[in-house]
Design a protein around this ligand. Structure first.
Ligand code: HEC
Length: 134
């Protein structure tokens, strides 16, 4: 590779960086919107909101949109649709989130999040709500 080629590539590359960044932000936004819509087909976000309040998730988590959910024991659940991992363990997919909510101890034995006995249909509703948090 010649020096002039490298220089050229660099200056051209630099020019593309801002549009690349803008492009990936758009793609990310589109993907997380898509995740919320896909999640809404597999669970009911409004019912999930009710279940989050009923199971007292807010005693340990701050959850936007849930009254009095301001707990600080676990991580805040804001922007959940944009997270890469669940509890630093599982890739953040709908099925993995349902699994975590149903039985965090089977995913990560000894985690400070207790098994709360959330049945699968409610765990799906809760997951659908969490994916509305962009
Ligand atoms: C007794 C406290 C407690 C309660 C109640 C609780 N959690 Fe948690 N939760 C935690 C802790 C602590 C973690 C972090 C676990 C870890 O990383 O090992 C966590 C992690 C999570 C995560 C992953 C967060 C992240 O940033 O990756 C989700 C999602 C979650 N909880 C959802 C819920 C839901 C939904 C409920 C109610 C059904 C709930 N939690 C109830 C303590 C709690």
């Amino acid at each position: 590779m010649t020096a002039s080629f490298r220089r050229n590539w660099r200056s051209r590359g630099a020019r593309y960086v801002p549009s690349l960044l803008a492009g990936s932000a758009l793609i990310l936004a589109a993907c997380s919107g898509k995740a919320a819509r896909a999640a809404a087909l597999r669970g009911n976000p409004d019912a999930g909101k009710v279940a989050i309040a009923a199971y007292g998730c807010g005693a340990c988590h701050t959850v936007p949109g849930i009254r009095d959910a301001r707990g600080l024991v676990g991580p805040p659940l804001d922007h959940f649709a944009r997270r890469g991992f669940i509890a630093g363990q599982l890739p953040n997919t709908f099925d993995n989130l349902v699994r975590w909510i149903e039985s965090p101890q089977s995913v990560e034995p000894g985690t400070a999040m207790p098994d709360l006995g959330v049945p699968e249909p409610l765990a799906r509703n809760i997951a659908a709500y969490l994916y509305t948090l962009q």
